[in-house]
Design a protein around this ligand. Structure first.
Ligand SMILES: Cc1cc2nc3c(=O)[nH]c(=O)nc-3n(C[C@H](O)[C@H](O)[C@H](O)COP(=O)(O)OP(=O)(O)OC[C@H]3O[C@@H](n4cnc5c(N)ncnc54)[C@H](O)[C@@H]3O)c2cc1C
Length: 389
């Protein structure tokens, strides 16, 4: 068993770290100012420029296959890179990526949707959740009915990340109500100009999802992604594939904040001593470091399983549940260590506090992860007493 990074992996990690520190972190005050004025944290042009800079250093399409111009660094390196980008709350991600299920498209769909998304010319969104079907995604009711060579879609989707900015949506609709999620749900690639409407949903964090309304939206037959009736499997593939990336980003944020707390505890005096000398503060620091380390190894283990092409669903649920909980515990302690200052908008802690709360909800709530983990054990899909098996 080898826990160390290779020389090349360490070099990549260090290069990304210095890129984030040099190019991205300095934008943090601008992001706070813009967001507090009700504007997007970064102008799209700033994001494009940053992505081009990163591209010139070879960081383009971190997990995108080489045949599509990506760096194809693999799941483990992607997780490590997400830990680095997670250190800042600046809403920046490397360019050159596309949703994993777009690779399921035929050559024509790849030309019209996958490649322009990788190139940053088109923006996608993924829409399965509905007002009446969140955790219970099998109960979606958005309906697609065949009419000649077209499908007519009616229904409403909610909480769709990027739904207000996207120019096409991967939308999941019932094509055979008798079969439902077992062979009766299909994924359609629907361009905005086919007629669906979006409305932003204000949230407690900066993550601005949208509701999407489909009223007799006509989508040509050739825009079915994958096979008719196989949409539910694609949706689960989209959700499952990168689940370890959520705790990975959270680890970066937690480490950065814990460092802030360590630094602050040494300079803030109370009752004649730096607060770092009080056991109450030390225990919060120690518990946070323990939880971060545990989350790190669970996350890397889940990513390693994906890399080995092993079944990673159980490990990913464990990593996601643990990482989301860890991040919320750590941000709360870091805020506590900063006292009243932690609660102000002068520091970014309250922003992180609001943003990290989402991690316990999307891509499978805490309760759904627990349900999955327990059911895997109860049904014998996962066993206790294993190491890397
Ligand atoms: C900011 C944001 C972005 C999102 N982005 C997307 C996106 O891009 N695309 C998309 O399709 N969706 C997206 N979602 C939707 C997200 O995946 C759902 O919100 C999530 O799955 C929970 O569904 P729900 O909100 O309907 O809650 P519900 O399913 O109604 O759950 C309510 C509560 O009941 C619990 N619960 C539900 N069922 C069970 C059960 N069987 N056992 C125990 N407890 C249970 C839940 O854990 C939760 O605590 C996003 C959500 C948010 C908030």
């Amino acid at each position: 068993m080898d826990f160390s990074l290779s020389t090349e992996e360490r070099q990549i990690r260090d290069t990304i770290r210095s890129f984030i520190e040099r190019e991205v972190m300095p934008l943090e005050p601008d992001v706070l100012r813009n967001e507090r004025a009700g504007r997007p944290g970064l102008e799209p042009q700033v994001v494009r420029d940053l992505r081009q800079k990163a591209k010139s250093m070879g960081f383009w399409g971190i997990n995108t296959p080489e045949e599509y111009g990506g760096a194809a660094l693999g799941p483990l390196m992607s997780a490590i890179i997400a830990m680095e980008t997670g250190r800042t709350f600046v809403p920046f991600t490397f360019g050159g990526t596309a949703d994993n299920i777009l690779y399921a498209g035929n050559d024509d769909q790849k030309r019209r949707y996958l490649i322009p998304t990788i190139e940053g010319e088109r923006r996608s969104c993924f829409a399965i959740t509905e007002p009446g079907a969140g955790s219970d995604a099998r109960s979606i009711r958005t309906r697609a009915v065949k009419d000649g060579s077209e499908w007519v879609i009616n229904g409403e989707k909610t909480f769709i990340t990027g739904g207000n900015e996207a120019d096409f949506v991967m939308v999941f609709a019932v094509t055979d109500p008798d079969k439902g999620a077992d062979g009766g749900v299909t994924c359609f690639l629907a361009d905005r100009d086919m007629g669906w409407k979006s409305e932003p949903i204000p949230t407690m964090g900066q993550w601005g999802p949208a509701s999407l309304v489909f009223e007799d939206v006509r989508v040509p037959e050739e825009n079915i992604l994958g096979e008719l009736g196989k949409g539910f499997e694609l949706a689960m593939q989209w959700i499952g594939q990168g689940r370890y990336m959520i705790p990975a980003r959270a680890i970066g944020a937690a480490e950065r904040m814990l460092q802030m707390a360590v630094d602050y505890a040494k300079i803030r005096h109370s009752m004649g001593h730096p607060i770092a000398e009080y056991q109450a503060i030390q225990w919060m620091i120690a518990d946070s470091q323990v939880e971060i380390e545990a989350a790190k190894w669970l996350t890397l283990y889940a990513a390693w399983r994906v890399q080995q092409r092993m079944d990673a669903r159980h490990a990913s649920s464990i990593a996601k549940l643990n990482g989301a909980d860890m991040a919320n515990q750590v941000v709360d302690r870091v805020l506590q260590i900063h006292g009243g200052m932690g609660y102000t908008k002068e520091l970014p802690i309250e922003r992180w506090y609001r943003e990290l709360r989402l991690l316990r909800i999307f891509e499978g709530t805490d309760e759904i992860q627990r349900r999955t983990i327990a059911r895997n054990l109860l049904k014998g899909h996962a066993r206790l007493g294993t190491i890397g098996e």
